[in-house]
Design a protein around this ligand. Structure first.
Ligand code: PLP
Length: 365
């Protein structure tokens, strides 16, 4: 199967950021504003397949104005994190899931698949060379593998050339308020994905289409938008970039089912497993916005939270919609949300037993 694994040519950055500047920058980490010294790059062309794998100084790509990604948005990405554990290891969380999902996205967008072993090798080689960029403590090194169509061609068909790249960004908490619960806006104007569309693919186009709804949320004083389904405008799907869960008073947990219009989150999948282990009944079933509102009023829903690699688990405190707003529980992060967050973060950071072997140490990092 993996006879021809890519081998990465390593060309160290001749001008890496000096240690003092890096440590200074670490004192005030935001999300996705600071980048490490290197990047991983692999090219694909119809005649050569994958080739030219290298780890090199992070630098701009020269891009032709007719490059197809600029016109038809053939682009996909992943999001994952490297953590520095208390015992000094550099670890990734379920990276093979990202590799697999990347190829699911590639197929949907008519792009070439990158063998999972090569995807993982690119990520690991980058973390290894930029290991000092993994912040200690609560921060992590956010990794962004992505691929875009790079052929110079304006005709409408899949590109015959692509660039795969991985960049790394040391990050602090995703939301400015840290662990404070978020306020979300229910979009009644815009939808994110329809049956047969690209909702389950992690592609830039989904985000481009969601930004106006996200701006509407921000204008309403909310942190994030929550989308309803495209057919009936009734069923809760997910946030702009996070999956959503509802905690019921009877100890059960509900999350919308995957089915093509929702991004199959790795955090979502992990939390479903952890919640079941903690004794919760987890129902993956459709849940309408009206029901949610009624259940919060009656006290049947006690907590809600959003989850994804970037923010991990964020309690939802307040929900705003065109008809008003309601608070969930006392508006604070609830105990079940807190417990699940702790369980997951503990595994990711090596302070809890990793029974599922989800954590993968990077040797030499
Ligand atoms: C990436 C993403 C998620 C979360 O997926 P994780 O694998 O948990 O990071 C959820 N929704 C959307 C739209 C996403 O792009």
């Amino acid at each position: 199967m993996q006879a021809n694994r890519l081998s990465f040519d390593v060309k160290p950055n001749a001008h890496p950021m000096d240690e003092a500047s890096r440590l200074k920058a670490f004192e005030n980490l935001g999300f996705g504003t600071l980048f490490s010294d290197h990047m991983a790059v692999v090219r694909w062309s119809a005649d050569k397949g994958w080739h030219g794998a290298e780890i090199t100084a992070r630098a701009p790509f020269p891009i032709d104005p007719a490059s197809s990604v600029l016109h038809y948005a053939q682009e996909i990405f992943e999001g994952m994190k490297a953590y520095r554990t208390a015992d000094g290891r550099a670890v990734l969380f379920r990276p093979e899931e990202n590799a697999r999902r990347f190829n699911d996205s590639a197929r949907r967008m008519a792009m070439p698949e990158l063998p999972e072993a090569d995807f993982l090798a690119a990520v690991e080689a980058l973390v290894r060379i930029d290991a000092k960029w993994i912040p200690e403590g609560e921060g992590s090194l956010y990794l962004r593998p992505f691929m875009f169509a790079s052929e110079t061609f304006l005709g409408v068909r899949p590109s015959k050339e692509y660039i795969f790249c991985v960049i790394a960004s040391p990050v602090g908490p995703y939301f400015k308020g840290g662990a404070k619960p978020v306020k979300i806006w229910v979009s009644e104007t815009y939808t994110r994905a329809a049956a047969g569309g690209t909702g389950a693919a992690k592609c830039g186009g989904n985000y481009a289409a969601s930004l106006v709804a996200q701006s509407e949320a921000a204008a309403q004083g909310c942190d994030q938008v929550v989308f309803l389904d495209a057919a009936e405008h009734r069923w809760i799907e997910e946030l702009g970039g996070m999956n959503v869960f509802f905690v019921m008073q009877d100890g059960s947990i509900t999350t919308p089912p995957l089915g093509g219009t929702i991004l199959p989150g790795i955090t979502r999948k992990s939390l479903v497993a952890l919640a079941r282990e903690e004794g919760f009944t987890v129902n993956e079933e459709r849940y309408s916005f009206d029901q949610w509102k009624a259940d919060v009023e009656s006290g049947k829903v006690t907590e809600a939270f959003a989850c994804g690699t970037a923010a991990v688990v964020a309690g939802i405190g307040t929900v705003k919609h065109s008809g008003g707003e309601f608070r969930i529980g006392n508006g604070e992060t609830g105990p079940v949300t807190g417990k699940l967050r702790e369980a997951l973060v503990g595994i990711q950071r090596g302070t809890r037993e990793d029974r599922h072997h989800w954590v993968r140490a990077i040797e030499g990092a």
